[in-house]
Design a protein around this ligand. Structure first.
Ligand SMILES: Cc1cc2nc3c(=O)[nH]c(=O)nc-3n(C[C@H](O)[C@H](O)[C@H](O)COP(=O)(O)OP(=O)(O)OC[C@H]3O[C@@H](n4cnc5c(N)ncnc54)[C@H](O)[C@@H]3O)c2cc1C
Length: 287
């Protein structure tokens, strides 16, 4: 098959415009598994993204309070400073992805484009209210990440477009990501959750992974946390904590599959959010 190896974004978008059915290949850690198993083999041209410098960079804008991450930035790069200090929940999610080899090759853009319900980056981007920039030869359109993720492995990406970057708010407060799987490492999440507590806007974000067709928010639980939390210590009272856990479980729409039962997933995601809020209060009490 023809493989193009562009080095600039303009060159990449031109190639994609010439052949909108071309297959994009970043780290290959999702796609190569599919190809090796005989699914979704590229029918035509493959466009390799790993040498496109514009996709491999990140930029912190302290005035806007954002971190803009190129679609081709790897998990390993997200685990390093300064991105890890700016968006610690994303670094936490990155540390749970596969093995060092997978994290060296796999990218945030690839995780988003695959849009697996178990993608570890996705709950973090949702809870933080990230936006996704989709570039084509005609320009760039920007979508909230919750609108970008449409369903199980379905996104709002159109032919001729690629994920050029993701803008992530840098939050003053606390944020954390946790997941459960059948073992501690090299594991796809059975349930995952991200909690974001924004002290400056007093906003709460709770996003759930692996318990629905795509990432789900838990707005009722967010409202209970926002109305009961002590913003000085980040402590949620015990009665509110139980209600939050129940509301998170109620927001889940899990299925039973080869990894877990729906019942366990529903229970686990409530426990994860409770644990994350407890962790927030231990840090909040010291800050
Ligand atoms: C052993 C193993 C363990 C894994 N463990 C985890 C895990 O714990 N958690 C987890 O979330 N994932 C895991 N994964 C899945 C995978 O590593 C991640 O989803 C990774 O982020 C995919 O990125 P990639 O660059 O390799 O994508 P690729 O495989 O290159 O591409 C995936 C899809 O995204 C498209 N694409 C890539 N980049 C772009 C772009 N910029 N714009 C538009 N479309 C694009 C491709 O066309 C393809 O359809 C694992 C995979 C393996 C093989």
């Amino acid at each position: 098959m023809p493989v193009l190896v562009p080095t600039t974004l303009a060159e990449t978008l031109g190639a994609l415009a010439d052949d909108p059915s071309a297959t994009l290949l970043a780290g290959g850690t999702d796609s190569m598994v599919e190809y090796n198993e005989g699914r979704d083999r590229p029918a035509g041209t493959v466009i390799a993204l790993s040498r496109v410098a514009d996709l491999r960079t990140w930029r912190h804008d302290p005035v806007a309070g954002t971190l803009r991450v190129g679609g081709g930035v790897t998990w390993t790069e997200l685990m390093a400073e300064p991105p890890a200090a700016l968006v610690p929940a994303l670094a936490e999610a990155a540390r749970t992805v596969g093995s060092p080899q997978i994290r060296n090759a796999g990218t945030l853009g690839g995780n988003l484009a695959t849009c697996s319900p178990a993608g570890d980056g996705l709950p973090v981007l949702s809870a933080l209210g990230a936006t996704v920039h989709l570039a084509s030869v005609t320009g760039v359109r920007t979508l909230p990440v919750d609108d970008f993720m449409v369903g199980v492995k379905q996104t709002a990406l159109q032919p001729g477009e690629l994920i050029s970057s993701i803008t992530i708010p840098v939050v003053d407060g606390w944020q954390g990501y946790a997941k459960v799987g059948v073992r501690n490492a090299m594991v796809i999440a059975i349930a995952g959750a991200c909690v974001v507590l924004d002290r400056s806007t007093r906003a709460v974000g709770i996003a759930l992974g692996s318990v629905g067709p795509t990432v789900l928010r838990a707005p009722d639980a967010e409202a209970v946390v926002a109305s009961s939390i002590d913003w000085a210590t980040l402590r949620v009272p015990a009665d509110a904590m139980s209600a939050v856990s129940d509301l998170v479980s109620a927001a889940a729409r899990p299925i039973t599959d080869h990894r877990s039962t729906a019942e366990y997933r529903r229970h686990a995601v409530g426990v994860l959010v409770r644990r994350l809020l407890r962790r927030a209060s231990t840090v909040g009490a010291r800050s």
